[in-house]
Design a protein around this ligand. Structure first.
Ligand code: AKG
Length: 297
């Protein structure tokens, strides 16, 4: 991938798989114009595009979201786990397990919540800025010429295109992966996409003063014997950190990353200070024939 900064964290003992990260600025996106397929194929795990979006527009939205947070209808599906208490706009039933719904919600409920909450995420931007259209345009730059579309159910109902995520002081996203095609809500989409993996996309609207970094591990979701905490399903962070390579990423307003979130374990560090970490993001996948890219959240 020419003209890109490639970080391959130092190779260690045999089982230490490096995290393959590529970082570019927005003017050089052409260097990774088939980046989504490259992540699918395992040629890279993380693509960071600095300044992929207009930093002033995203930053102003992030500032307003923080200032007016108490007036907005944030969903808090992880309220039961205060450390992971992410605040969401765009749906209160995302396409992942949450502490409120550990197996996700059923497809019909997911689609209904998507319809009911869609406007909440769209209206945080200034008039004239269509965040979904902007996302489609930016994601298309990594799609190798494929069409990029919001995922739909078989009857045409739309999935959530993206969610706005807010992590306040003292909160984080604990170590996890996002390969959840076995959930009921994926029963139709899983027939249409290449389920070997999926990719998450995240754009930054507001960077915290400290913390909130993305940490990606060489640990693969399909590896047998990944360390877990005794008696639980959660991954054992200390053991993972000891055994696997990692790559740490800090982003600023307007930056985008694409992450092999179905393959690599990852987490977001605890946010410190009064400025929240605010992002917009979701998941994307190649369809079964690798002709299109479908995205949802
Ligand atoms: O907010 C982030 O930086 C990452 C969120 C996440 O876990 C993901 O996109 O898979």
């Amino acid at each position: 991938m020419p003209q890109a900064i490639v970080h391959e964290d130092a190779a260690g003992p045999a089982r230490r798989r490096p995290v393959r990260a590529v970082e570019i600025d927005a003017a050089r996106v052409a260097a990774v114009d088939d980046g989504i397929a490259a992540i699918y194929a395992g040629r890279c795990d993380l693509i960071v595009a600095r300044g992929a979006f207009d930093a002033a527009i995203l930053g102003a939205a992030g500032e307003r979201l923080d200032a007016e947070a108490s007036a907005l209808p944030w969903a808090r599906p992880n309220l039961r786990a205060p450390l992971d208490d992410v605040h969401l706009l765009g749906t209160d039933a995302p396409a992942t397990p949450t502490f409120q719904a550990p197996r996700g919600v059923a497809l019909d409920e997911y689609l209904e919540r998507s319809r009911a909450c869609a406007a909440d995420a769209a209206t945080v931007f200034p008039p004239g800025f269509d965040a979904e259209a902007a996302l489609r345009t930016v994601l298309a730059r990594f799609a190798g010429g494929r069409a990029v579309e919001v995922a739909r159910a078989d009857d045409g109902r739309r999935f959530v295109a993206f969610t706005i995520r807010r992590l306040v002081d003292g909160t984080q996203l604990s170590i996890h992966h996002d390969l959840h095609y076995e959930l009921e809500l994926y029963r139709e989409l899983a027939r249409r996409v290449d389920t070997r993996t999926l990719v998450s996309f995240v754009a930054t609207l507001r960077a915290p003063l400290a913390g909130g970094e993305l940490v990606v591990y060489g640990a693969r979701s399909d590896e047998p014997g990944l360390p877990r905490v005794p008696g639980g399903h959660a991954f054992d962070l200390a053991a993972i950190e000891e055994r696997y390579e990692r790559h740490t990423l800090r982003t600023g307003e307007g930056d985008l990353f694409l992450l092999a979130a179905g393959r690599c374990l990852h987490r977001v560090g605890r946010v410190v200070g009064p400025r929240s970490r605010i992002t917009m993001g979701g998941f994307l996948a190649l369809d079964a024939r690798h002709e299109r890219v479908l995205f949802w959240s």
